[in-house]
Every structure is written in C-alpha cells, then in structure tokens.
Design a protein around this ligand. Structure first.
Ligand code: ADP
Ligand code: ZN
Length: 439
C-alpha cells in the first residue's frame, strides 16, 4: 500500500480555507480523500468553570491537542483507520462520539494553525496558505457570528481585538512563510484550486507507482531496505495485529452504516460495466475490495468479470451464498455480478455483510426471458439503499430496452450465454415465449 498524500491548508479566521479544502475535495472526487479539521482537535475543557472557559484563548496553538492530531494524521497516512474526535462547541468538550475515518490516499488537513506546527509541517506533501485581507475576514466574521451564532457586534469585535487579531499576527501570519503555495481570495480562486488539485493528483500517482515498484515511500519510517511489496508489511509490529483483526467478522474498523446497492436491468444494459466502474473507484480509494461471481457463469473468462464490451476486472468464483459470506468478510467493499444466479440464501448473506458495515454492490438481471421477476432480485431490491436500473437499446426499434428476448427455444430457465441466444428488446417489441405448457 502506498503512503497517503497530506495537504495542509492554513489561513486566518474566515479566510476561506474551508472552501478551498471543499473545492479540492470536489475536484479530486470524493473517493479516497478525507478532510480533517484542526477544530476537531480542540482540547476538552469540560472540567473548567464557565468563567475559566471564557478566558481560554481559542486562537492560540495551545488550545489544540496537537499530539493527538499528529498521531491520527500519521496513522491515517500509513493506512490505518482513525477515530476523529467530535468537538462540541456549545460545551467546549469532546463529545462521546467519534467519527471513523478510513484510510485514504489523500488527507486534506485544514485549520488556522496547521502550518504553525513544525511536526505537522514535516508530514505535509503540499503546504497551502489561504491569504485574505484582514478587513475582508473581519467583515465575514462579523456577518457569520451575528447571523449564524446570534452574537452582538460588540462581542464579536472585542473577541477580535483581544484574541483573533493578536494571535493572527503572532502565529498565523508568520506561518505563511512555510507555505509552498499562497492562494489569494480562497475558494473562489478557480485557477489556484485547479492547480492544487492537479498537483495532489500527480503526487498521488507517484505514490502508487512507487508502491507498485516496491520503492519505500519517501517519508515512511522504514529502517529495513525495501524488498518489493513486502516492504510495507515489514514496518510496525501492530500491522500484523491489524491484518489479523481484518479476518474477524466482527472487526471494529469497518465504517458505520453499511449499505446494499443493486444494479439491475436486462442483458446488454451495462450492468457489468457499471459494477466494474464502481469497484475500480473503490480500489483507487484503496479500500479492500472483493469481487465475486457465481461459478455457474463461466462464459469468457473464469476469473474476471467481463462485460459485453470486454471491460474486465479480476474476480473470484463463489459456489454458494455461504461462499459469498465467507469471501465478503475479508473486505470493506463487496461486488457481485450475476447475483440472480445465487441460491435464496444470498439475501441473508448480503444483508449480513451490509449490516456489519460493508458496502455491498450487486448487479443482476431483474427479469428472466419471460419477463418474470428473477428471484432473488425482488428481495434484494426491497432491501437495497440504492437502486440503479440500466436500460439497453432495443435491437428491433432502437428504443430504450428493459426486456431480454430469448431468440432460441430451449426449455431451461438458466441459459448462460450472450448475443447468440438473447437480445435486448423494448416493451413493445418484446415477444414473450409461448412454450409455457411444454415445460
Ligand atoms: P450487462 O452486464 O447488463 O449484460 P454489459 O455491461 O456486459 O451489460 O455490456 C454492456 C455493453 O454491451 C454496452 O456498453 C455495449 O457496448 C454492448 N451492447 C451490445 N448490445 C447492446 C444493446 N442492444 N444495447 C446496449 N448496449 C449493447
Ligand atoms: Zn423496440
């Protein structure tokens, strides 16, 4: 696994750094990118009295639990999930809950003082300072605090004079000299954001290439000489613990809220292509992906999903729903093609995998060649969070086609094959087979 890319974005209060972070996130596409906020790492002040709390300087570096931030950023970049604290600003305390952040290939760390900490800077691949004039920032802050937080003009200004401005001049502004890039005017600077996104992408690709070639990643603390891919596994001892846990079905490091996605439609509608597209994105996001298909379907290639347009991705064969459950538990993302060919137990197996926190994506025929619902698809569709219905093109008239026409006359319902036996038809051109009584 390649080491993640860290991009640090600092800037004064209301400078627009959050927007810059969001725009970079958007430009990179959400897969494999996480935004961390320095604000989440404010120290827990639950033990202070209200008067003591009122005197705390939230713009000073000491207000943050930087050791925890450092530890979590390093772990995330090294490929481990973290529990990001959730800060409750009304109580100035850490909430009981945390936010699980899965390992990603790009971490965007955003906060007023992220460039002011030497150790954090040392982890960063790209250091950005969002530079916005102080009058603009004060105006924004006045507006925001009055409208959104119900504060008075007087209280905002006095806070600005007592804390925000002096800390800006003492810590934030001087940290600008460490930036690789200074972005004027924040997130509305399209060119700046695009350049940054391109640079992040380039560094990320370099990392992938290094990992592929077995080169130890630039700043990773590996003492041993690198020997191929094994080098990444050779670092810390807790790695082994981590991967042992990954085999346990009740693993603690799965995302909360698994889900079931169903892609359905007739043959030739692009179900396999769509499934492969989603699975590739998960792989790019460096999630653990398992790809399965029923072993009954051995057209083309035994260990790949292959679409009618010859797009393919390596896969494993599963003989039963039990197989699916077993293989699925090795992964965070489980993809299955031709899911309609599994036994009835597949519904329970997929529900279990999703309930345990996995993203389960399945593709399958929703109707058989008689246009009757193809079990277990109705069961899966009812339980899915996300449903995509794909349509093909009717070979007779060119309209969108939702039916699969069988063009040979064999009795059995499951006839695995492709264009020689089946074609896509629309509702009007579909001609239901008449040999009903013959079976
Ligand atoms: P599915 O998994 O739904 O059977 P695939 O993803 O394997 O579909 O294949 C979709 C591809 O099949 C299309 O991108 C196109 O290249 C090709 N194709 C062949 N016949 C048709 C058709 N009648 N309508 C749409 N696409 C077709
Ligand atoms: Zn038609």
């Amino acid at each position: 696994m390649s080491r993640g890319v860290l991009i640090g974005i600092a800037g004064g209060s209301a400078s627009g750094k959050t927007l810059v972070a969001a725009k970079i996130y958007e430009a990179l596409g959400p897969d494999g990118v996480a935004i961390l906020k320095q604000d989440s790492y404010y120290r827990d002040l639950a033990d202070l009295t209200p008067e003591e709390r009122a005197r705390v300087n939230f713009d000073h570096p000491d207000a943050f639990d930087t050791p925890l931030l450092l530890e979590q950023v390093s772990r995330l970049l090294g490929g481990e999930p973290i529990e990001e604290p959730i800060y409750d600003f009304t109580r100035h305390a850490r909430s009981e809950r945390t936010r699980r952040v899965l390992p990603v290939s790009v971490v965007i760390l955003e906060g007023i003082l992220v460039l002011a900490e030497r150790e954090l800077r040392a982890l960063m691949d790209i250091k950005v300072f969002v530079d916005t004039d102080s009058d603009v920032r004060l105006l924004r802050r006045l507006r925001r605090d009055i409208h959104e937080r119900g504060r008075t003009v007087e209280s905002v200004l006095s806070q600005y004079e007592t804390y925000v401005r002096p800390m800006h001049l003492e810590f934030i502004e001087p940290s600008k000299r460490f930036a690789d890039v200074i972005i004027p005017e924040g997130g509305h600077n399209r060119v700046g954001v695009d350049l940054l996104a391109t640079k992040v992408q380039a560094v990320r690709n370099e990392r992938y290439a290094e990992a592929e070639a077995g080169v130890a990643p630039g700043r990773a603390p590996t003492g041993a000489p690198s020997t191929g891919r094994a080098s990444n596994r050779a670092d810390a001892g807790n790695r082994a613990v981590e991967s042992d846990r990954s085999r346990n079905p009740m693993r603690g490091d799965l995302p909360r809220g698994g889900s079931l996605e169903v892609i359905c439609g007739p043959m030739f509608s692009g179900k396999t292509e769509e499934l492969i597209r989603r699975l590739r994105r998960s792989q790019i996001a460096r999630q653990r992906v398992v790809i399965l298909k029923p072993s009954i379907d051995d057209r083309y290639d035994v260990d790949h999903l292959v679409s009618h347009s010859q797009i393919k991705i390596p896969s494993l064969q599963a003989r039963s729903a039990r197989d699916v459950l077993e293989h699925g538990r090795e992964a965070e993302v489980v993809g299955i093609d031709e899911v309609q060919f599994f036994d009835e137990g597949i519904v329970a197996a997929l529900e279990t995998l999703a309930n345990e926190g996995r993203r389960v994506i399945v593709a399958g025929l929703d109707m058989d060649y008689r246009a009757r619902p193809f079990e277990p698809m109705p069961q899966l569709l009812a339980r899915a969070e996300y449903i995509t219905k794909t349509l093909a093109i009717c070979v007779t008239c060119g309209a969108p086609a939702g039916r699969t026409q069988r063009v040979t006359h064999r009795g059995e319902r499951i006839l695995v094959g492709s264009s020689e036996h089946y074609e896509a038809r629309c509702r009007r051109c579909f001609d239901p087979p008449r040999e009903e009584g013959a079976e």
